[in-house]
Design a protein. Structure first.
Ligand code: AMP
Ligand code: MG
Length: 403
């Protein structure tokens, strides 16, 4: 059985092989969050476009400023003011943050270090040339590529595009990810379940995870645990870039997903991973479509999506696979988990003065969505280190939708 690292690597290798030129579309800056850029974005001018003051204070010639020095006050410069005159020797100009420093001046002295006196300003310390000024062109030259293909557009990248006037961005179209839940016990979320039925929460969490991962969810509803229904709905799902199934991949008599996938010609890369929850996770390819069969217990579905499906969506979007958001924290309550499997336990990490501290939350196993809704991370217990003492440093996988 593969470790989760090996299984993840397998997904990444296969998705990398499938990487080709993707369809692209122009997307408005306002809608482009989470898309992957498919073009270079270049600056339209130098940045900053003028020598920019980073402080409210006085523009001066640094050599003229020392403790007790006095300079004649000649002008006020606000952000946005056109600056045409150069600063004459022996003078200073009041200047605001973001305003252009006039020629002649080579430093800005913070207002806190000055005292106005009649038509002059007195200074209480020396100044260094260049202080509190960002030189013209120091952030980017004119025509310089500041965003490149394959970059994921987050809020800073979008602000950068906005800064240079790129209001339409050519982006890779999002991979289409079909979502199909399975199970005779499953009813639509807006239906009243019978006494022994459950609502289809997996399709909801999967659609949210697909969106967060940068994919476009295509909802196919639920298939009954019957060969004919599974076959019809899976065939439909195989028209998309990725098909994610929930349920039907365990060892039960009615776990038929693998059988149907096999009949349809799926090539399997793994059908179990040494993790808990999520052990029966399946990954394969059928035609041009990547297929993930995730176990149906909701926390298993969520964990296996993050570990295995998310990197495939990254790569099919034309971006590199993002690393798992691991950090380390101090364990506050000892653990004793079955060795041989890597455990992903719903947990809460909190900053405790000097370091993050984490504790596993009480839970009823992989069906316990409420426990995960109280968690902000997964505490990862290594397969060969099931007994962990309080105070040990442990890896945690952040819930990237929350932190
Ligand atoms: P399975 O992997 O098909 O054996 O499913 C395991 C358990 O997960 C089922 O007994 C249900 O309790 C639960 N489950 C399966 N599918 C869903 C779903 N779509 N939404 C919520 N829970 C589910
Ligand atoms: Mg089932």
């Amino acid at each position: 059985m593969l470790t989760y690292e090996q299984a993840r690597r397998t997904v990444i290798e296969q998705a990398e092989k499938a990487k080709g030129p993707r369809a692209t579309a122009k997307i408005s800056l306002w809608d482009a969050l989470g898309f992957v850029l498919a073009e270079e974005v270049k600056t339209d001018r130098e940045y900053p476009p003028f020598h920019r003051s980073t402080r409210d204070g006085y523009a001066v010639r640094a050599a003229e400023v020392s403790d007790g020095a006095k300079l004649r006050y000649v002008a006020e410069i606000k952000a946005g003011d056109a600056v045409t005159h150069s600063l004459a020797p022996g003078t200073c100009a009041q200047i605001m943050t973001g305003a252009a420093v006039p020629a002649g001046a080579d430093a800005v002295v913070m207002i806190e270090h000055t005292n106005p006196e009649d038509d002059s300003v007195r200074f209480d310390r020396t100044a260094q040339a260049g202080q509190n000024i960002v030189p013209r062109g120091s952030e980017a030259k004119r025509g310089e590529a500041i965003l490149s293909p394959g970059m994921r557009l987050g809020y800073a990248e979008l602000a950068l595009a906005a800064q240079v006037g790129a209001t339409q961005l050519r982006c890779a179209s999002k991979p289409r990810v079909a979502i199909l839940s399975t199970g005779d016990e499953v009813v639509l979320v807006d239906q009243q379940p019978g006494a022994f039925q459950i609502r289809n929460s997996n399709s909801v969490s999967l659609a949210a995870q697909v969106r967060l991962a940068g994919g476009e969810p295509v909802l196919l509803g639920n298939a009954a645990d019957r060969i004919d229904d599974l076959r019809e709905k899976i065939s439909h799902g195989l028209q998309q870039d990725v098909l994610v199934l929930s349920g039907g991949v365990s060892m039960g008599k009615y776990d038929l997903v693998e059988t149907v996938l096999k009949d349809l010609g799926t090539q399997f890369y793994f059908d179990a991973v040494a993790i808990r929850p999520g052990r029966p996770a399946v990954f394969g390819k059928c035609g041009g479509t990547f297929v993930f069969g995730l176990p149906g217990n909701p926390v298993s579905t969520m964990v296996t999506f993050e570990l295995f499906v998310a990197p495939a969506i990254d790569l099919l979007s034309g971006a590199p696979a993002r690393d798992l958001p691991f950090v380390e924290a101090r364990l506050s309550v000892a653990l004793n988990e079955k060795p041989g499997l890597t455990h992903f336990l719903p947990a809460r990490v909190e900053w405790r003065g000097t370091a993050p501290e984490v504790r596993a939350l009480p839970w009823q196993g992989s069906g316990d969505i409420a426990a995960l809704a109280r968690a902000n991370c997964f505490l990862v217990v290594a397969a060969d280190h099931g007994q962990v003492s309080a105070g040990e440093t442990v890896p945690i996988l952040l819930r990237k939708d929350l932190i």
